[in-house]
Design a protein. Sequence first.
Length: 386
Amino acid sequence: MIYLDNAASTQIHEDVLESMIPYLKEQYGNPSSIHRYGRISHKAIEKARKQIASLINAEPSEIILTSGGTESNNTALRGIAMKNPSSQIITSSIEHDAILEPCKELSKNGFEVIYLPVDNLGMVDLEYLKSTISKKTSLVSIMFGNNEVGTIQPISEISKICREHQTPFHTDAVQAIGKNPVDVRELGIDMLSISSHKLYGPKGVGALYVKNGIEFSPFILGGGQEHGLRSGTENVANIVGFGRACELAKNNLQENISHIKNLQESLIQQVLDEIPKVTLNGHPKFRLPPNVHFTFLGVNGEDLIIKLDEYGIAASTGSACSVNTQKASHVLQAMGFSHEQITGSLRLTIGIFNNQKEIDRTVDILKKVISELRAVSPFKEKYSFV
């Protein structure tokens, strides 16, 4: 198989897996216990917390460990909302469902939610943000890079607008961390969500960065772990793996970005040169390195995914988290895409374990599959497919 669905999940790194094994076998103590087993587990968690913090230039005390990106996003939104009843939240129309669904729920409970529009490249409207943010706004939450089309938002400009209004700024950086330089101090970010399995760590663990001084109400209550901000016995082995994944990401960041960008550019250029009637979606310059998103006119995306899988290529049409809902991409709809453009979309996301040979083979197979599907397409006369 050629795996090109790294935005959905990444292969766990061997060094990460190796770091986890002792905490699955010998060091299985509860980190809240005061005996030696407990102390060893607690020390391992604090080491991981430092590794996570170091990747984004935060303090370890600013890292709250969670079960993943969805919980981190929910914690940021609900935590700020509960601290500021009947306030206003500003987000964008192309956020992940882990932001949009809690926003829908909050709007049912007295909170005003404003959704910023985007242009046809997936870039948020900053003027609209400036015109809507006010003293009533308790949080602005805009994703760092879009999980479908890869567009990177102007994070520094957004944070500047928020600072001018003394409004906390949260960003869902799940797709960006480990694949793009992210410095929370330099960018002026107040809260940030991370997920381990997007950067070659284990599933089921993540973190929420909360800048010192930002107050929010926890919504998972119990034994008081994470300084009372996120209760629940810690998943020690996964946290250790998460920390190691962050350490590897930091140490190899520029090398990984260079490798992935070279493959990204090769894939984009070959497809645009060798397959007719195809468009590249998302911003051509401000784009996450792993992301390539195309629309092939006259082709059904789901049929394309199935055919690619038959040829040994794993890809997707968009967010893996939205597959079960069977709904059209809200991201592409917000960008003004037609139904035909949406259904003909394909997302290929590159990882550190991919190579040029795989990219070349993928293009060859894409050419073959697209030709086969267009030969039986109901749109073949409309677009004069050859």
